[in-house]
Ligand binder design. Structure first.
Ligand SMILES: Cc1cc2nc3c(=O)[nH]c(=O)nc-3n(C[C@H](O)[C@H](O)[C@H](O)COP(=O)(O)OP(=O)(O)OC[C@H]3O[C@@H](n4cnc5c(N)ncnc54)[C@H](O)[C@@H]3O)c2cc1C
Ligand code: FES
Length: 1332
């Protein structure tokens, strides 16, 4: 079994497990560490990432490839991904008869892994080199710049260009779009630079893998032991015979049977369930049996889902197709069921017995009328049919407490049976269903197809899985035609009622899905059966698109960048694609994150007590029950802090550390329990009794805030330029619109964490903290505990992702641990659980925009008026700065002569929203891009034409009086148009849409322009410290933190160029406030610009001091010069300081420059949508980014791809849902979906603009972190483009509103048709959920 480092539901910690005895074959499975009880691996070998290789004794091939291919940024997900790949390799080579995995195997293996940084592309590219496809034509597949690694390029061929191009230029004729130059330009030989060099990869040799430990192999008794493991609260039994199992269940009828622990584990961890007796029946052979019978296959209840999958696939290969139609439906469904790590351990019995209303298998079992065998100690074995009477209520069934499910019998199908299952989730891979369905009909056909029997079963439509009896009755005896569809749909609408406030929300969508699924099924069956000619005409070809499904597409990608000039010295690393300096340690698990630090002697753990009310008076806080728990040391609340110091805040100190008298959101910190360990502290924190008195109103949404005029004082901002009224008057068209964009959770894989260590009897404090702002944490602590900042050191080694979420919000954890550490004079640690982090720390501000746009009939925008609101949450924190940047970016990249933009921050009962990559820009850009889509609908032209017509050009002035210099927007636009073959594909999209009624494609190209600098001018400063030791090694420290963005790597590259020494003798250990004081937060994309200049200056000082020794000994080495200087008593350390010149904008006078320069980019995306389900797939994205002269193209391309995929999540699937009382429902990876491996564009090309040096940042580079995120809205507008084609099918034209994100629900409901008309819902009832 292979365990990923710290996984849970997103595979950040996986393990690999093997369990074999003498004479058996090795089996290798990956599993989630956090869902694997230690008792469940008795007798098995468990391998973690540390067990397969390390940087000292040698890396495993998997570890080397992910790191070298730039697939590890912050690295927090890396061990998990390494272990998924490792277990796949082992499973293929050991169980698969020595074969390499295929790309398809890889797609399945990573279904349960998530990464928030990389955008997945480099991980796939690195691991592609371990696949069968690579082995088959490895020499033809190369990872060279600009080469599609799927199809190969002639330049990657071992023998050069097949067309025999005499100059070694790419012939562009390698077919399948695999040519390295799709842009039409020939690539010169010198242009080819590798992003990673596969020739340096260690070959994978499966014979060198560790063997299964012999001491386990020779011990069959490990399997035969009746195991009892007693803990203080739970007893675990592992019986080995059916008799023992039944006896135990008889003795403990309330005991839970646990196999995969994927239901129980979640209930215990997240739902506070306690099961004192657990019985693990995996050694009971009857429950593990698979029997092939004359009528079907009987699976023991402990057979895992992957075992079922492989058994059914084998049988499907052998039996005629008509016998295995139910099996096929199960296999198809299992592909979308959780991730591989879950399916490796989860059993069929667990899914049936849990009886979730959204179980993916139960609808199939019910539609197939499967038989379940039940056994008990005293009763007779009984067989029950899974039909409408099996489930009796929410997660209840007819099985008696002392009964055990023995097996399930899945029948063969026969000719005449048509069986299919459907599932729609927020994300296709590894997500639970919104609605699912299984349909089983039997057709009798003499001359026309008549339905003999039908079974239509739905999940997600009631507290249990339900059959639609009325629809089944209607079908029976009827001819299969469109009239039948109409009647069935009417019956379904009656049979599956959902009240407007039904749990799960999305009521209209869920109802529409039931009809859509049936229609898809109808078309599918219709297509498969024999018809006479007249029937065939009823369903034209374009209608058959209803039955199409999305299948995984093998990804292709290309990366284009400027290579370093041939005369650049080899030692100079600037511009070269050097891997992230910690990547190898991240891949082996050696990289240390805050919570990895070994526990200190006397260390205590702190757990926060959060408000459970959105707006209430605190009547009483009683920590008594918590303090009574053994091991609890203290409870702290507002009464333990001086009221004058119980506040913190970045711009205004308006947030309480511990709520004193009122709470203003669910998740606000009320107190903290400190105990001997994490389990005790967390358990005790839940016992603190808080008595509330609700205060009204509870304001959650922007609409609520506007209605109640709830705004943060002093946050009104206005920007005016030109003459708005005159602009509107001269416009031939003026239109009004309104649109909303929801918030976003940062979902860094490492949650907030801090360790406070008091020193010198409490007169000094060291804070180890996962924060983007160590200096700010130091300042906050100093203010709160009254200790001079000089006595406090804040250290940050690395962060497991930040994205703005750890800029100021880290204080929520850092301040309580610091207070507790000082008061108790002991080290105190706290790391938030995922759900705690999600409810308490806030995220991206939702925005609502109302606009008016005036334009000419040719599409020239003449005037734009914007009224914008952002949802700040209960304190203002950074939200006003976010609003300011939003107003500055409210025109995106367009030159609009007359504007008025105004905004205000709404005060709501939500957690404080904060910085998030883009800082208001994506939201503001989204609004103006919406206006452009509306314009295109009015004018009947391609929005690309409007965008192009209005693009800023060199010398234009922005609406805040910034004259644009070195503006490369047009260049990016033209290059993207060309690379993406936009014009040709626009035609192809139109053709596709004419030919398909239920599938539509959409295309969008749009620009971005992102201002670089903190808009609060004083923050644009930092420092660096360089220390050279007498052995020649260099220790570099600067003011920025490393959170995956490769900042330390770039800084080492800068130092290496200045000092002219190899980068491997330069080291960055950490960011610390005692090395570089008063550093800014690492944010606003300014990390490399600010720190790069500071590092350059400090290194130049050292270089200058060494100059005389160099001149005196020109043939000497770096070490010689350092030594000579040392003996000459020359200082070998230097500090420096850098501030960005001439930045600062005055909102009163509208003068000054808010930005140092701009980063430009353009993206083009194409999507395909399923108009019946709202599902979509991104077919292709092309990005052209101007990053000046990139310091490190591999890191920069990684940032572009990572930001794009994070933006893709923002604009399509990440949706925060709250209850009307302000409780966050989407508080974990189960309910909040970020993009996974399968979501990246099938073709994903990134090109960095060549020949565009930037004179305003270090070595002509440009900032990259945030700018590309907004480009992901090209996917949103491509979806909107596709929807408009769907709407035109029913005569709907003109602008329509669609808010962001473009979830499946929104897409489906925007594609209006006669199905959606049947599901209109009652208004005026408070829905189950609110999207603020
Ligand atoms: C990340 C994640 C993703 C998931 N995705 C999906 C999904 O896409 N679709 C879906 O349908 N589900 C999903 N699930 C739910 C879960 O994985 C399945 O329900 C799984 O089949 C449960 O099996 P298990 O062996 O892990 O159950 P356990 O947790 O081990 O047991 C579950 C329950 O079944 C009872 N039980 C088990 N065996 C017997 C028996 N022989 N007799 C009597 N009672 C028994 C137990 O008492 C217990 O209450 C997901 C879960 C997770 C954690
Ligand atoms: S590198 Fe994957 S989460 Fe950061």
């Amino acid at each position: 079994m292979y365990v990923l480092k710290d996984a849970g539901e997103f595979g950040e910690s996986l393990i690999s497990r093997t369990g074999v005895r003498k004479g058996e074959e090795d089996r290798h499975l990956s599993a989630n560490a956090c869902l694997t009880p230690v008792c469940a691996v008795h007798g098995q070998a468990v391998t973690t990432v540390e067990g397969i290789g390390n940087t000292k004794t040698g890396l495993h091939a998997v570890q080397q490839r992910i790191a070298a291919a730039h697939g590890s940024q912050c690295g927090f997900c890396t061990p998990g991904i390494v272990m998924s790949m490792y277990s796949l390799l082992r499973a293929c080579y050991v169980e698969g008869g020595g074969r390499a995995p295929t790309m398809k195997d890889m797609e399945v293996a990573f279904q349960g892994n998530l990464c928030r940084c990389t955008g997945y592309r480099p991980i796939i590219e690195g691991f592609r080199t371990l696949t069968e496809e690579w082995e088959r034509c490895g020499s033809r597949l190369s990872a060279v710049n600009g080469t599609s690694t799927t199809n190969g390029c002639c330049k990657g061929l071992a023998n050069g260009c097949s067309k025999g191009d005499p100059n070694g230029w790419c012939c562009k004729a390698n077919g399948d779009g695999g040519c390295c130059s799709s842009s039409g330009e020939l690539l010169a030989p010198g242009d080819v630079e590798i992003l990673f060099d596969t020739s340096k990869f260690k070959p994978y040799d499966s014979s060198q893998e560790p063997i299964f430990p012999p001491e386990l192999k020779i011990s069959p008794e490990l399997d035969h032991q009746f195991l009892t493991v007693k803990g203080p609260r739970v007893t675990w039994y592992r019986p080995t015979t059916l008799e023992q199992l039944l006896l135990l269940k008889h003795k403990h009828p309330q005991a839970r049977i646990v196999v995969g622990n994927t239901e129980i584990g979640v209930e215990v961890k997240f739902k506070n369930c306690l099961y004192p007796v657990l019985i693990h029946p995996t050694k009971v052979k009857e429950l593990r049996a698979i029997q092939h019978t004359a009528t079907g296959i009987r699976f023991g209840s402990s057979v895992t889902l992957n075992e079922i999958d492989s058994t059914l696939k084998m049988v499907m290969e052998e039996l005629p197709e008509h016998k295995t139609r139910i099996f096929k439906a199960i296999v198809d469904m299992l592909h979308w069921f959780a991730g591989k790590q879950i399916r490796n351990v989860a059993a069929v019995g667990g899914n049936i017995m849990t009886g979730s209303p959204i179980s993916d298998l139960n609808p199939i079992f019910m539609a197939a009328n499967c038989e379940i065998q039940l056994v008990s100690k005293d009763g007779r074995p009984r067989t029950v049919i899974m039909d409408g009477s099996f489930f009796t209520g929410y997660r209840k069934n007819i099985v008696k407490p002392d009964e055990v499910m023995l097996s399930i019998m899945i029948p063969y199908s026969h000719e005449g049976i048509f069986f299919k299952a459907y599932k729609q989730a927020r994300r296709r891979d590894d997500d639970i269903s919104i609605v699912n369905a299984a349909f089983n009909i039997e057709i009798e056909k003499e001359t026309i197809p008549i339905v003999k029997k039908a079974n239509l079963v739905f999940g997600g439509m009631a507290p249990t899985i339900v059959e639609s009896k009325k629809a089944a009755r209607i079908i029976q005896g009827r001819k299969l035609d469109m009239l039948l569809v109409e009647d069935v749909c009417n019956a379904l609408a009656d049979d599956l009622p959902l009240s407007p406030d039904a749990p799960g929300g999305m009521v209209a969508y869920r109802k529409a899905l039931t009809l859509s699924f049936f229609y898809k099924f109808f078309v599918d069956v219709y297509k498969k059966i024999d018809h006479n000619d007249s029937d065939k005409q009823c369903l034209p070809e374009r209608i058959l698109s209803a039955s199409q499904e999305f299948t995984g597409k093998q990804s292709q990608s290309s990366q284009y960048f400027q290579v370093v000039p041939p005369n650049q010295p080899k030692i100079d690393p600037i511009g070269r694609p050097i891997p992230h300096l910690s990547a190898f340690k991240q891949a082996t698990g050696e990289a240390v994150y805050c919570d990895d630090l070994p526990h200190l002697e006397d260390e205590l753990y702190l757990s926060l007590v959060f408000s459970t009310r959105a707006h209430a008076k605190i009547v009483k806080v009683d920590p008594g029950p918590a303090l009574a728990v053994k091991g609890v040391h203290a409870f702290f609340s507002a009464s333990d802090v001086d009221p004058d110091r119980n506040h913190f805040g970045s711009e205004i100190s308006d947030e309480e550390i511990f709520a004193a008298s009122t709470v203003n959101c669910v998740g606000q910190v009320i107190g903290a329990v400190v105990a001997i360990n994490q389990a005790t502290a967390q358990q005790a924190a839940k016992l603190v009794n808080v008595v509330y008195e609700d205060i009204h109103p509870v304001i959650l949404s922007i609409d609520d805030a506007i209605a109640k005029e709830s705004f943060h004082p002093g946050t009104n901002r206005v920007l005016k330029y030109g003459d708005l009224d005159a602009g509107m008057k001269t416009s031939e068209h003026v239109l009004h619109g309104e649109v909303h964009i929801g918030g976003q959770e940062h979902f860094y894989l490492e949650t907030n964490c801090s360790i406070a260590i008091p020193k010198e009897g409490g007169h000094e404090l060291e804070l180890i903290c996962a924060s983007q702002s160590p200096a700010e944490m130091q300042k906050f602590i100093s203010e709160v505990v009254g200790m001079p900042a000089s006595h406090i050191v804040c250290r940050v080694k690395r962060l497991g992702g930040g994205f703005g979420g750890k800029e100021t919000r880290s204080a929520i954890v850092a301040l309580p641990v610091a207070i507790a550490a000082i008061k108790l004079n002991r080290p105190v640690r706290c790391m938030l659980d995922r759900d705690e982090d999600m409810i308490a720390t806030g995220g991206r501000n939702p925005f609502h925009g109302k606009y008016k746009i005036g334009f000419s009939k040719e599409g020239k925008i003449l005037a734009y008026q914007l009224e914008v609101y952002n949802n700040a949450g209960y304190t203002i924190e950074l939200s006003c700065s976010v609003l300011e940047r939003a107003l500055l970016h409210s025109l995106n990249s367009y030159n609009i002569p007359n504007i008025k933009c105004e905004g205000v921050s709404c005060k709501t009962n939500l957690p404080t929203n904060t910085a998030f990559r883009g800082f208001g820009t994506p939201q503001a850009v989204f609004i103006v891009e919406n206006a452009i889509m509306d314009m295109s609908a009015i004018l009947g032209v391609d929005p690309a034409m409007i965008r192009e017509k209005n693009l800023y050009e060199e010398g234009d002035t922005t609406h805040y009086n910034h004259v644009l210099e070195h503006c490369t927007l047009k260049r990016c636009w033209n290059e993207c148009l060309k690379r993406s073959e936009y014009n040709q594909r626009r035609q192809e999209v139109n053709d596709f849409n004419r030919q398909h009624r239920w599938r539509k494609r959409g295309l969008c190209i749009l620009p971005t322009m992102f201002g670089i600098s903190f808009t609060v001018s004083f923050i644009n400063q930092t420092g660096a410290l360089v220390m050279v030791y007498t052995d020649g090694s260099v220790l570099l420290t600067h003011g920025g933190t490393e959170m995956g963005q490769g900042l330390h790597t770039k800084m080492v590259q800068v130092a290496s160029r200045v000092l002219e020494i190899p980068e491997d003798i330069i080291y960055i250990s950490e960011t610390a406030t005692d090395k570089v004081p008063n550093g800014p937060p690492t944010a606003a994309s300014t990390g490399s610009d600010l720190n790069g200049m500071a590092v350059m200056y400090a290194c130049q000082t050292i270089k200058e001091r060494l100059k005389p020794y160099r001149t005196a000994d020109p043939k000497g080495s770096w070490q010689d010069w350092v030594n000579a200087a040392y003996y000459d008593r020359v200082s070998l350390s230097a500090t420096s300081f850098y501030k960005t010149p001439d930045v600062g904008y005055d909102w009163e006078t509208h003068s000054g420059k808010p930005y140092n320069y701009f980063t430009y980019g353009v993206a083009c995306s194409e999507v395909e949508i399923d108009c019946l389900t709202g599902d979509h797939q991104v077919l292709r994205t092309d990005i052209v980014m101007d990053l000046g002269e990139s310091l490190n193209p591999a890191i920069d391309i990684g940032q572009v791809e990572g930001a794009f995929i994070q933006g893709y999540g923002l604009f399509t699937m990440e949706e925060l849902t709250y209850s009307p009382k302000g409780i966050l429902y989407s508080r974990g990876p189960g309910a909040y979906k970020i993009p996974g491996f399968a979501d990246i564009p099938a073709k994903f090309d990134v090109a960095l603009l060549r020949g565009a040096p930037n004179p305003r940042a270090v070595y002509s580079s440009k900032a990259v972190g945030e700018p590309p995120l907004a480009l992901a809205m090209s996917v949103f507008f491509a979806i909107k483009d596709a929807i408009s084609f769907a709407r035109s099918e029913v005569g709907l034209t003109g602008p329509f509103r669609m808010d962001s994100p473009a979830t499946a629900a929104r897409i489906r409901m925007a594609c209006q048709d006669h199905f959606t008309k049947k599901v209109e819902i009652e208004e005026g009832i408070t829905p189950w959920n609110i999207v603020p």
